[in-house]
Write a protein that binds this ligand. Sequence first.
Ligand code: ADP
Ligand code: MG
Length: 700
Amino acid sequence: MTPSRISGAKPPLDPRTRVQFLPGVGPGRALAFERLGIVTLEHLVRHYPRTWLDASHFVRVRELRPGELLTVVGEVKHASSLRTRGGRTDFTITVTDGTGALPCYFFGQGWLSKQLTPGTRVVVSGEIAGAERQMANPLFEVVEGDLESLLHAGRLVPVHALTRGVSARGLRQAVRRALDQVADRIPDPLPTGWGGVAALPLGQALRDLHFPPDAAALEAARARLAFEELFLVQMVMELRRRVFAEEGRALAISGAGALADRVRAALPFTLTAGQEAALRDIRSDLARSSPMHRLVVGDVGSGKTVVALLAACAAVESGAQAALLAPTEVLARQHGATVERLAAGTGLVVATHTGASTSAERRALQAKLSAGEPLLVVGTHALLEEKLRFHSLALAIVDEQHRFGVRQRAALAAKGMLPHVLVLTATPIPRTLQLACFGDLDLSVIRERPAGRGRLVTRVTGEEKFPQILEFMARELSAGRQAFVVVPAIEAGGRPDLRAAQTELERLKVQPPLAPYRLGLLHGKLRPDEKQEVMDAFRRGELHILVATTVVEVGVDIPNATLMIVENAERFGLSQLHQLRGRVGRGEHRSVCVLVAGALAGARARERLEVMTRTDDGFELAEADLLLRGPGELWGTRQAGFTDFRLADLARDEGLLLEARDAARALVADDPQLLAAAHATLRGILRDRFREPLELALAG
Ligand code: ADP
Ligand code: MG
């Protein structure tokens, strides 16, 4: 334990003490800290650095060379303030160490004249540049004691997120003081006595993370704290899995499968091996009385809908109700139409419920549901939440929304029975992300696409090739095909390089090669019925070109559309582009996806897009996205609150992640309610941080 630097007999502060009571902070700066989410001393020591500057390389002034962050220890020789013409006061000093003199220039920091007076012993870290071989705005620190206790220069210097009213130096100083006071008494979610990265005591890890003595100590601290982050989320997964997967919670569905066989027999195709395998997984889950929670990942066009339909048959045949839920009205209608067509004459009762349903239709459906009639209802996600009440919902199939169902399942679980939940997604999830954020779902992957599809070619080009793109488009259209033009925004918001829906429509409309064709517009600000109208017209072939934002992204099935043009393609993730191109290549014709880099996209951006031409493997693209962009908004994890990992890095911490999962599994198996005294802190932290998903798991 580091002895407190604050003098004498005063007892150390409690971690829950508000920062304003820390020496040197006070009420005014405490308000500024609050903007960083820092209210207590615990928050302060948990305010991890964003990065570190390696200013630990000490040299003599004589040895300084440009292009490197180097540190010099010396004495301030000359110091002077200069008033610039703009009214700013700059400050300059010369530092000497017996081997030479180093000029340092501080822009707009006239106030330093009080601190860096001639004769002061000082450490400066920076890069020298210019003919004067001077350091501009170097990191610096007045040396009072030994060099070990430096905070701001001459070491691995932490760089924290700041806000107005909190300077880098002020924050470092405050963190140092807080660490001295409370680091060894921060509640530790990890039970004591664990080995591996967890063996490093929390207090030490916090100290070494903020003020690492060297790179190895920093990595050990980072690993310890990253493990903690991963472990907490794994605990959530395990506890949730345990509650939701309890035996007897769900209806065991194991009919003979006669209804599914009839639907299957009426299909105009045979299932792919991947579809069959997914279906087997699902059937075996359904046969158990513990609720299924399964994710089916299959590239766009891999045929997930029919798998869902056959699963629904099993539920309906066993006398229960099933729901197929789509994220948008457009898709709900499309699914409804598809499913009704495939089910015709097989005895499967299908009811499609959308925003366009009349209240009479709704009442009729509600009556059937209340009477417990076995049927499949197709609608949007909202259906389950508000519109209709099911009598015996045995299976909920959710299209394209990974995290759907946690809250709903929790609500249903509270009432007793749980539906089996099947989630369908075209977004491949990298393995680590799947483990980290969706560990409570089982996974089936459909890798192949059905045979008999036309080839899909992807090209990357630039805005300057617009005339050629137009001609190509006109050729495809004259052959009777249709085209999507996807843009990143509804409105350009004053950015000339950004293609926006309305303006793009107007631009295309007046191009002579497109004169014979009709264009439509689809974006998120349209009313649902307007969207529907446009989609229907496009589907019927009355519109030839659909200018759209990514509302068209997921699941839309228009086999006659063979051309996908994505404007400002650099603004999309690779997975997203992959999904977009999956909108074409669904019929028998050859399809083309043209990724158009915007006027301001650099060479790097184009290079990234080239990956799309080289691989058709959605998983590979997802991994590339994870490396390049981080988990970000992808896969809907942010809204689930599971990717605010500050230290864990899913692109490189797979080993830690597996350790964290194993540790969580073992712990939950041992103490499912976390009632042991050794787990009390963990329990409290989980409750505070993940209240909602854990209400059930830790009830009582
Ligand atoms: P997604 O997985 O993207 O949701 P869909 O379920 O919409 O894919 O299926 C895309 C198209 O492929 C549909 O027109 C569907 O009828 C068709 N399809 C599904 N399975 C097969 C198959 N095994 N053979 C041929 N066509 C299939
Ligand atoms: Mg689909």
